[in-house]
Design a protein around this ligand. Sequence first.
Ligand code: UD1
Ligand code: CA
Length: 464
Amino acid sequence: MTDNRVAAVIIMAAGMGTRMKSARPKVLHEVAGRSMIGHAIKAANALSPDRLVVVLGHGREQVEAHLAEIAPNVSIAVQEQLLGTGDAVRAGMSVLPGVTGKIVVTSGDAPLMEGATLREFVAAHAGNDATLLTALLPDPTGYGRVVREDGRITAVVEQRDATPEQLAISEANMGFYVFDADVLRAGLAKLEPSNAQGEYYLTDVVEHTASAGYSVGSFVLSDYGQTEGVNDRIQLAQRNAELNRRILRHWMEEGVTIVDPETTWVHADVDIAPDVTLLPGTSLEGATSVAGGAVIGPDTTLIDVEVGAGAQVVRTHALLSVIEEGATVGPFSYLRPGTQVGPGAKVGAFVEVKNSQLGAGAKVPHLTYCGDAAVGERTNIGAGTIFANFDGERKSRTSVGADAFVGSDSVLVAPVEIADGAFIAAGSVITDDVAAGELAVARGRQRNIPGWVEQRKARNEGDK
Ligand code: UD1
Ligand code: CA
């Protein structure tokens, strides 16, 4: 048994979040593209706890459905009535009967807390029976104050219950705790709702623990921005901006050039290689990954997109797509789910691609809709080509082979197959397959009528 083994993490997440004024429970709101409860679980998992318990109350069905997707192994404890943080932890402990060892308590609405910080916190608990995460705040208003006698922690007093002398204490309780399980159980059993809010305060466990002769320690965190929570939409925006700044700093430290951090947004689950450049107005979302040397932006949004080495993506909106090594996309391109742009291929201005695979070196440079298609290597799709994939009832696929040429302003009416090396004359409406090496022309033949303009003029004058 290693010293830092954690028996359980209890995440308190039953609060109403009334000030969010939302139909969604507070902890489901996202910060840097991940739900707040998702952040809390990620940080907790860095402790590799034997058990992870989430305490739910308000909007419990919605949160449970989300947890089933992102963290099916968590245990759920239900707090029927919101009687305070002490009651929330009591609910959490009720699904951990007979548990021994270290219990870590955190909150579901503090999305900036890092796993590495929680690990240091647990390490600092060694030799204590209870440990508080505290900070010395320039303005501790609203927080519980950490009361010490001869340097030893004896209690935490809430703002509304504090004396003027206690209000002058700048050391605040930031809402993260490590307890020995037996000490926690004993302290919870003694809680009374005899305070200004009529709640069972988890913080009163501190006083019970200290007065029973156990040792209460502290872990003073200078980077207390990590502990800041979300109570309303203003704080949601602030935490989102702060986490984004931290994420960008991390990637810059890892060798990514970010030209304008003020207008660049990178979600928590994005992966970026060294020597990538992000130009202003770039937003990388979901599980997007970008390989070395790629240049993204300006004004580009990529959602769950994989970008290969050295690719360039300019003024583009793309989702669930793969852009391979050396490909170029944009400006003004729209890549919809299922798009694969092959190595060195090109998707140009005002081109929309959906559920299509473009082979290596294929080019779709201008003004095209390409849906449900495969385009072979080195094939050129002329300006204004439309892949007509929908007949009003069904969608069908089009395949164009390698080294083919599709003339400008053609319509390829699916299902249709154009073989390797075939040539489609400009302005054709192709409804039948075209074999290798064939030229297909599917339009009216041009007719020139000599003297027609003069004749019309004469006709019009006669009419007057
Ligand atoms: C709590 C601490 C305070 C500390 C502050 C740090 C207590 C009594 N006070 O105050 O010392 O400075 O956190 O942010 O604990 N929750 C439940 N069920 C409940 C009540 C709350 O699950 O019945 C959850 C909330 O959803 C939230 C967390 O517990 O995630 C903290 O609750 P909150 O009401 O925000 O506590 P504070 O009053 O801020
Ligand atoms: Ca709070």
